[in-house]
Design a protein around this ligand. Sequence first.
Ligand code: MN
Ligand code: MN
Length: 317
Amino acid sequence: MNGSLNQPLSGNDMPRFGGIATMMRLPYARTASGLDACFVGVPLDIGTSNRSGTRFGPRQIRAESVLLRPYNMATRAAPFDSLRVADVGDIATNPYNLLKSVDAIERGISDILSHGCKPLSLGGDHTMTLPILRAMAKKHGPLGLIHIDAHADINDTMFGEEIAHGTPFRRAVEEGLINARRTVQIGLRGTGYAADDFDWSRQQGFKVYQADALWHRSLVPLMDEVRVHMGSGPVYITFDIDSLDPSFAQGTGTPEIGGLTSMQALEIVRGCWGLDIVGCDLVEVSPPFDTSGNTALTAANLLFELLCILPGVERRN
Ligand code: MN
Ligand code: MN
């Protein structure tokens, strides 16, 4: 093991309920300089359309992440023996101005990317993925996108506004941030404004896997298909926690019944291993509606799983 790499603070050195609540009890770093990957919070909820509260998401995900240990017992991934990782704190969103918040997020992510560091962002409502993709596309060109969500988030406008948590992927196509032929949406369901709402995605060339077609199934074969479809170019993963069934993740603003299971979420993330992943986010955790903490706990675990599939992470025999 490289002694210069950061390790999460062990529960045997400081009790898990003690210490500073960084993501996974990693060191806090003021900038991404010298890091291979970082966790960054985006406390944002003024882009939400229904129940808010995701401004508290990053803090609660960090709080629930204290139980996470450094090794993945299913995949044997050893991310902290492979990459230098830290928590770089939160991007200063503007709670009175969504457009200024969007610009601040793009600047914050651009700064992380300028250090050659891969961001894993803790949300925050899904509006945040638009400025993240703007920063990412400046560095990498149009990205492949794996989008896990109950919702397609491709509305043209919401309440007349072009920037909101239900519009980021329409804007991303219009702005050329993502390659529609390398975009996959998994878990879509619920009720629509019109019966053909999801057809816009398909018309762009997205692959769309609606939740009802995934019920009662292992998603390992699906992810074999997704990996082939995504090929070798850069891929961004955006994971909306409301893709999970409310029985697994009730603490979110726009829940939809009939969703993915926690086990399917793990199959999806683990099934992305081998792709050229350049960044990830986990969005829409709303602690005021997360009475058990299970939603934030699930989000923390999925962020660890996302870290475990970054290129360069070794797996132990
Ligand atoms: Mn979403
Ligand atoms: Mn959603």
